[in-house]
Design a protein around this ligand. Structure first.
Ligand code: BGC
Length: 807
């Protein structure tokens, strides 16, 4: 290795490789891990700056000091945009590009190089704890919308970071869980959104998820990071671990993980150095990874320099947040009670009216620059009388009979009752899943009582994910407001008064029960989760089973009416242009979402009834028309064949469904697609279902056939290793003692962070986090060089004592 480092100021971009390769090995290794919690390591002699990466995704969570990643510490106030489930419900690429740009601008103003978002994991189950942070149950919606956010953010010189790559679809045991999923489902459902977002958005960064996929941690997986992400999708950015998620440092470098975050204080650096010295890891592999980090840092600095400083107009940001919130608000039912007349006398019922839920808890939680509450906004804008009853405790969701009675009595005296219900904050957080889809019992009772007292009741649900709505038919109108960010109140009132239309369409199914195939293998079995339902997630299941959910994927009402006419398809083979003319036939401006699903052919392959392949949103004034054009390419007709590892188009007929929801098909067009390049002799034979499928949960034998191998045995709890989760230490008596020790230390630390009057959500979150943390996470977080060997010695000792019977 050369010991002279070229003068970096003169190094053109092309020379960066040479600059990095010329660094001594320890310096290159330093680049592969962060400096502190939120920054990369600077290598001054090579003119490689340090840049800041910070959360994300729906606002900038820039912490002034080097603290934590759970939203526990304070962060600088920043615009709190609606969370991803509302953004997904906009189905609006242009608008989300604007949101991405606004996020990017604000991030740049705060000196941030990379914003950690968007999150685009598939909502496999409606009770996923972090669903509020994800866009959709469908990869086409997730992928295109994420790409729009990425492009917006990056247009302002700030890198976007797709997360969490991949199959991080629930929270329980997220740092160790092994997701067992067949390759076809993985490619078509869980990877597909990332593929679209990478190809279309060209993100600077991708974050690996904490979990394993088919027996391998994603950050160690050369298959996922090299073969799929880089070689097949042409990803040219940097791969970063989720915070504290590094598993096997050497395997990760080899696989293509560039940056370990946060810094583990050099705890793992010696392993990388030794691996290179022993020949286990190539020196050039370290260079390659260091180069990706150096490129990211230089790219970020150049973008900041090019675009210069930026002043944020917080009012403008707030206005955008308000516009987006209305655009993703979903009107589920309406008998004409909405929009409200501003001179009506109304009762506003529910504590969330005064203290709305704006976002979920955890790393995504930002400190808003301001907060609009619905009650205040209604009081300001209604000319009629506005009376208020809080009806329940906003923290616990509990109530009592007299409060419920008072609310119902108030409702009986007014023209319209607006009742706001939702999940208490403790039910929606990173780090744990929900155990039920029900609202607090008192909320259901409240809605039932208010609807009984006044049929002209508007129910507003504030929740980042589906809930059961057993009273839905009794309400005059139901508005699903999601977690709408800091403008939640003003945006809601815009919609209630008809000053903005409810532009949202569900990007996820609203179920009426937990009877979905993924429920059997959702979580709760600790270290392994089998995705035995395959592709039958969300509408793919309901459609194919012929079961109506509470509200279908894609559903959402408008205050105006639309007519779809003149459906056309042109082109040939798999290269098709589909169009339909949409006319606003009502009296108000409004928007509609054209959803294009592809069905068929009925052949040898087991597949969902129909799958979304394209969509477009169109906004129209009353009486106006527009022809919406959607393009379909080969991928819209292809499936992934496991055996040949290729996307394959089966020749034969297809039906194109132009639809306003998965259940509301407006036009059907029949086409035939032609032959394929892949020889059918090589393809995997898949038994054709004899009749309509009635069972969607595969048996162990069927699942093994889908996997093409036996279902692996879950990892046993003993012997203890660095992958052992804190609560698994309970397996032995001495382990229990060690666990109590960790808990004591953690309790002391969080007491310091949380103060005298701790937020119960954060207490639950941090306790859960520790209980399910693998010991290697504690190594990373201790940021201490000696931590790894100390923990290794401890696990060896605990396992040995167990094995020699001395429990
Ligand atoms: C979350 C990431 C987040 C990171 C940094 C992790 O716990 O999973 O989404 O970006 O922390 O706060």
């Amino acid at each position: 290795m050369s010991d002279t480092i070229p003068d970096p100021r003169h190094a053109a971009d092309d020379d960066l490789r040479h600059v990095v390769a010329s660094l001594p090995l320890p310096r290159r290794i330093e680049l592969l891990s962060g400096s502190g919690f939120w920054a990369t390591t600077a290598i001054e002699e090579a003119d490689i700056p340090s840049i800041v990466l910070t959360d994300g995704p729906h606002g900038v969570r820039r912490q002034p000091d080097d603290s934590d990643h759970l939203g526990i510490g304070n962060s600088i106030p920043a615009t709190c945009f609606p969370t991803a489930s509302l953004l997904g419900a906009t189905w609006d690429r242009d608008l989300l590009h604007e949101v991405g740009a606004a996020l990017g601008r604000e991030a740049r103003s705060l000196g941030v190089g990379v914003l950690l978002g968007p999150g685009l994991n598939i909502k496999r189950h409606p009770a996923g704890g972090r669903n509020f942070e994800y866009l959709s149950e469908d990869p086409v919606v997730s992928g295109h919308l994420a790409a729009a956010i990425v492009r917006g953010t990056q247009s302002e010189g700030v890198g976007a970071c797709l997360k969490h790559f991949v199959a991080n679809n629930h929270e329980s045991y997220r740092m160790v869980v092994d997701v067992i999923v067949d390759e076809r489902t993985l490619r078509e459902l869980y990877l597909r959104g990332f593929e679209i977002a990478v190809r279309e958005g060209r993100p600077w960064v991708v974050m690996t998820s904490y979990n394993q996929v088919n027996g391998q941690y994603v950050s160690d997986s050369r298959h996922l990071l090299h073969d799929v992400l880089r070689s097949t999708w042409d990803f040219d950015g940097a791969v970063v671990t989720d915070w504290g998620g590094i598993h096997d440092r050497v395997a990760a470098v080899r696989a293509g993980t560039d940056l370990e975050m946060p810094s583990s204080g050099g705890a793992y650096d010696a392993l990388v150095r030794r691996a290179v010295e022993s020949g286990e890891l190539g020196d050039d592999e370290v260079t390659e990874r260091a180069l990706a980090v150096a490129r990211l840092a230089r790219r970020s600095r150049a973008a900041h320099e090019r675009l210069g400083p930026v002043e944020i107009d917080h009012l403008e940001q707030h206005r955008l947040s308000r516009r987006v919130a209305a655009a993703g608000t979903v009107l589920l039912t309406n008998d004409g009670t909405l929009p409200l007349r501003s001179d009506a006398d109304i009762a506003v019922i529910g504590a969330f009216a005064a203290r709305p839920r704006l976002q979920g808890a955890g790393s995504s939680s930002v400190v808003p620059t301001r907060e609009d509450a619905p009650l205040r906004a209604l009081e300001e804008r209604m000319t009629g009388r506005v009376r208020y009853s809080d009806a329940y405790d906003p923290d616990t969701g509990r109530s009592d009979p007299s409060r419920l009675r008072a609310a119902a009595e108030l409702a009986a005296t007014v023209d319209v009752a607006v009742v706001i219900v939702g999940l208490p904050a403790i039910d929606e957080a990173e780090g744990y899943d929900r155990t039920s889809l029900s609202l607090p019992a008192a909320h259901d009772e409240l809605v039932a009582a208010v609807c009984a007292a006044n049929p002209r009741t508007v129910v507003v649900v504030q929740s980042g994910a589906p809930v059961f709505m057993p009273w839905v038919e009794r309400a005059g109108a139901v508005v699903f407001a999601y977690l709408a960010g800091q403008a939640a109140g003003s945006a809601l009132v815009d919609v209630l008064l008809g000053e903005a239309e409810p532009g949202g369409r569900l990007a996820e199914t609203m179920p009426a029960s937990m009877a979905i195939p993924a429920n059997e293998n959702f979580h709760g079995r600790g270290r392994q989760v089998q995705y035995r339902e395959g592709l039958y997630v969300g509408y793919r299941y309901y459609d194919t089973a012929g079961i109506a959910p509470r509200f279908a994927f894609g559903h959402g009402l408008s205050y105006t009416t639309f007519e779809w006419s003149d459906p056309q398809v042109t082109g040939s083979g798999t290269d098709l242009d589909v169009s339909v003319t949409v006319t606003n036939t009502g009296l108000r401006p409004g928007s509609d979402v054209v959803q294009l699903y592809v069905a068929g052919p009925k052949s040898s392959l087991d597949r969902p009834d129909k799958e979304l392949r394209e969509f477009a949103k169109v906004s129209l004034d009353p009486g106006a028309s527009s022809t919406v054009r959607l393009h379909l390419d080969e991928r819209a007709f292809a499936h992934f064949d496991r055996r040949s590892e290729a996307w394959v188009v089966e020749p034969g007929p297809r039906t194109l469904h132009l639809a306003a929801s998965a259940l509301d098909v407006r036009h059907r067009l029949d086409v035939t697609v032609g032959s394929v390049e892949v020889s059918h002799a090589d393809l995997e034979p898949t038994p054709r279902p004899a009749r309509r499928r009635t069972r969607f949960l595969s048996t162990a034998t069927e699942f093994e056939a889908m996997l093409g191998r036996p279902i692996p045995a879950p990892t046993p709890a003993l012997p203890f290793t660095l992958d052992t989760v804190v609560e698994e230490l309970d397996t032995t008596r001495l382990g229990r003692v060690a666990r109590r020790g960790f808990e004591r230390i953690a309790a002391q630390q969080s007491a310091k962070l949380l103060g005298d009057d701790p937020d119960p959500v954060l207490v639950k979150l941090s306790q859960q986090m520790l209980r399910e943390a693998p010991l290697r996470f504690l190594v990373s977080m201790s940021a201490h060089q000696g931590a790894r060997s100390a923990f290794e010695a401890l696990t060896a000792l605990l396992s040995t004592l167990r094995l020699t019977g001395r429990r």
